[in-house]
Ligand binder design. Structure first.
Ligand SMILES: *[C@@H]1O[C@H](CO)[C@@H](O)[C@H](O)[C@H]1NC(C)=O
Ligand SMILES: *[C@@H]1O[C@H](CO)[C@@H](O)[C@H](O)[C@H]1NC(C)=O
Ligand SMILES: *[C@@H]1O[C@H](CO)[C@@H](O)[C@H](O)[C@H]1NC(C)=O
Ligand SMILES: *[C@@H]1O[C@H](CO)[C@@H](O)[C@H](O)[C@H]1NC(C)=O
Ligand SMILES: *[C@@H]1O[C@H](CO)[C@@H](O)[C@H](O)[C@H]1NC(C)=O
Length: 333
């Protein structure tokens, strides 16, 4: 057994001490490797004893969903986010003082694959003292901005990273925060307990550790094909109610208050704008637990609560919905 994974750490949840093994976690996002939220979460998961490999886009890739981009050249053609890297530098690489923090000129989904297929075999294989023999979990985010219900869930790059991991048999959780400023960690990462990035990082550790603590031995931390979507409310300096430790609420993706996008047209200015609408399809419950509140409801209508949704990548409609359609196509199917 490798030295690192043999480590056992003590953690305290709800005042109880329990033992959780140090886990191997890939951390990604869509706001870029230099965003404050991901750096705060990297530090918190590491301080908690986990082995973390951060692999995230060199630039802002919000809304890119599961798009799978590979760099078309070995060097960057444009500067990265916050000009932290500049055109001409390599298209992938790591912090000079930390081999566990990598950037990749790709999308969130391809960053996860780059970590699994390139970085780990070359830099964290079993001949290294700190190896990633298995990846126990992919954590994406916390995104800058909530990713709620099908409307944003379907386009989010943070969710795209998560789904791409679940496609590959790896449990994954997307976290999204309400702090929307695209901030550079060198400007905004501090040890201030009212900094939303620090509060979110603590909440990520709390949920991740509880999942590992309750994991059934010999089984993955989430069942095959299952992932989670977690949204965190305004906290700390961006909370108007001094929310510092939001409560968890079990939710579903669809349901009342769920929004999708539409196109608005301003008659005065002649300009188009992006708007939202509560389409009926977004409130329908066809699978899952129908009496749960939607994640949109929890974030929009309640205070200081986080939504916790479990999703499945089996996108097929239920048989009772799909078979009648097949019947209608009987002459050709
Ligand atoms: C394993 O990792 C070491 C150190 O990073 C590296 O030198 C070696 O090439 C890797 N092995 C393979 C098969 O890539
Ligand atoms: C938003 O982020 C930018 C980039 O890091 C930073 O310069 C600015 O101060 C931040 N704004 C606020 C209100 O935090
Ligand atoms: C935050 O605290 C850690 C550990 O106490 C320290 O190493 C680090 O320099 C501090 N960071 C800042 C930005 O003050
Ligand atoms: C906000 O909450 C924190 C922690 O619960 C508490 O220490 C602090 O005094 C509160 N601040 C205000 C302005 O109520
Ligand atoms: C249309 O644009 C005008 C001028 O900028 C603004 O005052 C108004 O609120 C806009 N209307 C809508 C529906 O966005």
């Amino acid at each position: 057994m490798k030295a690192f994974t043999a480590l056992v750490k003590v953690l305290s949840i709800a005042g109880l001490s329990s033992l959780v093994d140090a886990k191997n976690i890939i951390l990604s996002n869509d706001d870029g490797w230099a965003a404050t939220n991901i750096r705060a979460t990297y530090n918190a998961l590491k301080e908690d004893g986990h082995q973390v490999l951060l692999v995230a886009p060199v630039s802002q890739r919000s809304g890119w969903s599961g798009k799978f981009d590979i760099p078309s050249s070995k060097t960057l053609e444009t500067n990265g986010e916050f000009n932290y890297l500049i055109a001409g530098e390599p298209s992938w690489g790591h912090e000079s003082d930390d081999m566990n923090i990598w950037y990749f000129n790709g999308t969130p989904a391809s960053c996860v694959a780059f970590g699994l297929d390139y970085i780990i075999p070359r830099y964290f294989n079993t001949s290294n003292s700190s190896s990633f023999e298995t990846v126990d979990l992919v954590v994406a985010g916390p995104n800058e901005g909530n990713n709620l219900s099908p409307g944003t869930f379907a386009i989010s790059g943070t969710v795209g990273a998560t789904q791409s991991a679940v496609f590959r048999d790896i449990p994954a959780i997307a976290f999204s925060g309400a702090n929307t400023n695209n901030s550079f960690f060198k400007d905004s990462l501090n040890n201030d307990s009212s900094n939303p990035s620090n509060i979110y990082a603590k909440k990520v550790v709390e949920l991740v550790d509880l999942l590992f603590e309750t994991q059934i031995e010999g089984e993955p931390v989430l069942p095959l094909s299952v992932g989670m979507n977690v949204n965190l409310p305004p906290v700390g300096s961006i909370s108007t109610t001094n929310c510092t430790n939001p409560k968890w609420v079990f939710t579903r993706l669809t349901g009342a208050d769920s929004l999708g996008y539409n196109v608005g047209y301003n008659e005065t200015t002649g300009e188009l704008y992006m708007a939202t609408q509560d389409f009926k399809a977004l409130a329908k419950c066809a699978s899952g637990v129908c009496d749960l509140p939607s994640e949109s409801y929890i974030l929009a209508e309640t205070d200081c609560q986080s939504s916790v949704t479990v999703f499945d990548i089996d996108y097929d409609a239920k048989a009772e919905l799909s078979l009648p359609i097949k019947c209608r196509l009987n002459s050709i199917l």
